[in-house]
Write a protein that binds this ligand. Structure first.
Ligand code: GLU
Length: 427
């Protein structure tokens, strides 16, 4: 195993704005003022939160909530708990949510939240107190009609339950529609947990079809980076459709077997591991560093971890034919150009991972109506939205001779810009 090379983390906000600028150039009727508005967030909140720790001390944590754009509807987007979270990352993720919702046609704008914390360092009680304090602090800009959070990196259904409960306690009545990704018992939606992974696999299948792939799924090798909510469900659903999962990684490193990994055994192992990771897994496979892992020979590579995985330094060495972005922001614009020149197809995050927010939308609709749907119906509607959106983006790519990222941005920015122009600038 070659030791990991430490690379500087690219600035996600610079990347998000540069992706926007590139796409905006393709939209001839985009007025300069609207462009300037869409290039910036609408509002940003930074909060410093004192939390009582188990040992009696008080620690102050930093949190953010950014609304990028609310032209099409309430803002929507997850909350991540990560030691490296910062305002520029949250801004970028909020902007990506605006385009993601627009590309699949949801009546939402984009937002994102983050707390600078390693949640593994906290006890359950500390995590709950931090979450409730954060929910209280952001409640001035959060509501079922205004801004609806959801899970993201290192947050889960229990954390959403605490947010829903805190908000409801302040209002004086139960308000399930204020947050999505909740447990089913308190107004969560069937199918939400697997929805992002499901959408990723639907996108992969559509992309393979677009590329004229005729082999059986068993002959198509898939590598999945990340074994959290997105990666584990994407790997499971791809394996269920018969694809050969040859690589899986998480924070403990990469695991590779060209004949296929025992996915189910790995999932069981993770569920029993105290830190919910693959550390110590010794099934039949080769152990790799993250860098080696991303450069594995395979047909499909699914990054489902953090931003900045593909940069100018490793993009020339990637051997996949297709990259389906389960994570937000895994590819820098420089790497995008290299992939384009090398004929590697990239299905961009704002399309490929939109399944999560799509089922979040279904959850919100069900909560508002207090009427709940069966899982089949949810999965069927999700599939329909993903397939139609994919086809529309592929059509734009063909007509404009651009890659799938630019095409997705052209569709998304066009939608938001049209709505902004029709509504007009207030006052
Ligand atoms: N955090 C997820 C994303 O990046 C889901 C957001 C949501 O459901 O609102 O798309």
């Amino acid at each position: 195993m070659i030791p990991e090379v430490v690379r500087e983390k690219p600035n996600p906000w610079r990347i998000a704005q540069s992706q926007f600028d590139r796409a905006a150039a393709y939209i001839p009727d985009l007025k300069a003022g609207i462009k300037a508005m869409l290039r910036q967030p609408k509002r940003e909140l930074t909060v410093y939160m004192p939390v009582k720790m188990d040992d009696g001390s008080v620690e102050v944590f930093t949190g953010y909530r950014v609304h990028h754009n609310a032209v099409l509807g309430p803002t929507k987007g997850g909350i991540r708990f990560h030691p490296d979270a910062d305002l520029d990352e949250v801004r970028a993720l909020a902007m990506w949510m605006t385009w993601k919702c627009a590309v699949v046609g949801l009546p939402y704008g984009g937002a994102k939240g983050g707390i600078v914390v390693d949640p593994n360092r906290l006890s359950l009680g500390e995590l709950e107190r931090l979450t409730r304090r954060y929910a209280t602090e952001i409640s001035i800009i959060m509501s079922p009609e205004g801004d609806i959070p959801a899970p993201d990196v290192n947050t889960n259904a229990q954390i959403m339950a605490w947010i829903m409960d805190t908000y409801s306690m302040h209002r004086g009545f139960t308000t399930p529609a204020v947050v999505t990704g909740k447990p089913i018992d308190i107004g969560g939606s069937r199918g939400r947990e697997a929805a992002t992974g499901r959408g990723v696999v639907i996108s992969m299948v559509e992309a393979l079809r677009m590329m004229g792939e005729t082999r059986n799924p068993e002959q198509i090798s898939v590598v999945v980076q990340g074994f959290g909510n997105v990666g584990s469900h994407a790997a499971r659903l791809a394996a269920e459709r018969g694809f050969r999962i040859v690589g899986i990684s998480d924070v403990s490193g990469g695991y590779y077997n060209p004949n296929g990994l025992d996915f189910a055994a790995m999932r069981d192992y993770v569920q029993r591991h105290p830190k919910r990771i693959l550390e110590g897994w010794n099934g039949p496979c080769e152990k790799l560093s993250n860098r080696e892992f991303l450069e594995l020979p395979c047909d499909v590579l699914i990054p489902a971890a953090l931003e900045g995985q593909f940069q100018a330094d490793n993009a020339p060495r990637i051997r996949a034919k297709l990259i389906v972005e389960g994570a937000n922001g895994p590819t820098t614009p420089e790497a995008d150009d290299i992939f384009h020149d090398r004929g590697i197809i990239v299905i961009p995050d704002i399309l490929a991972n939109a399944g999560g927010v799509t089922v979040s939308y279904f959850e919100w609709v069900q909560d508002l109506q207090q009427f709940f749907w069966q899982e089949d119906e949810i999965n069927k509607r999700l599939e329909q939205i993903m397939i139609e959106s994919f086809a529309a983006v592929a059509q734009i790519a063909k007509e404009n001779r651009v890659n799938m990222r630019l095409a997705a941005y052209i569709r998304a920015i066009g939608r938001v810009a049209r709505a902004a122009m029709i509504r007009g600038i207030y006052p």
